[in-house]
Design a protein. Structure first.
Length: 152
């Protein structure tokens, strides 16, 4: 099975496919096809070109794609034509946008690294504060001793 052909929906492209099916049907060489609207089989496998437009009953404002499978002979080998509505479909593995997933993971790792660095810096600063406070205490005690040694 070949890679699916993905393209933006245009009525002219759909009309051309219907014309193609009618031509071969009239020549006595009908082509089996099947139409799925967002994964739902709107038109089951048939070679009747008159049933082609039945899929339009299932297209709504929320429809994302229409898949038309053109079968080779009586086998299940087919050519898949996908027509999508709206913005360009995401490329990648099974519609998963791999680039965004990788970018998000990289950003997450960078945030973790920055958080760890800030946590370590905070720990070091707290230790430094504790050291300075103990030094201040020692200096205050030393100052108090010196004040006691002074004559009135």
């Amino acid at each position: 099975m070949a890679l699916p052909n993905k393209e933006k929906y245009e009525q002219k492209k759909i009309d051309n496919l219907l014309h193609y099916l009618r031509l071969y049907h009239e020549k006595g060489q009908p082509i089996d096809y099947e139409i799925l609207v967002d994964g739902f089989k709107a038109v089951r496998r048939t070679s009747d070109p008159d049933m082609f437009t039945m899929f339009e009953n299932f297209v709504t404002a929320d429809t994302r794609s229409i898949e038309i499978l053109l079968f080779t002979g009586s086998s299940n080998n087919n050519e898949k034509r996908i027509f999508y509505f709206g913005e360009d479909q995401k490329e990648g593995l099974s519609g998963v946008d791999v680039k965004n997933i990788v970018d998000e993971e990289v950003q997450r790792k960078l945030r973790e690294k920055e958080y760890d660095a800030l946590r370590d810096e905070n720990k070091n600063l707290k230790q430094h504060i504790a050291d300075l406070e103990s030094e201040v205490d020692e200096l205050e005690k030393h100052n108090a001793r010196l004040e006691l040694k002074q004559s009135p």
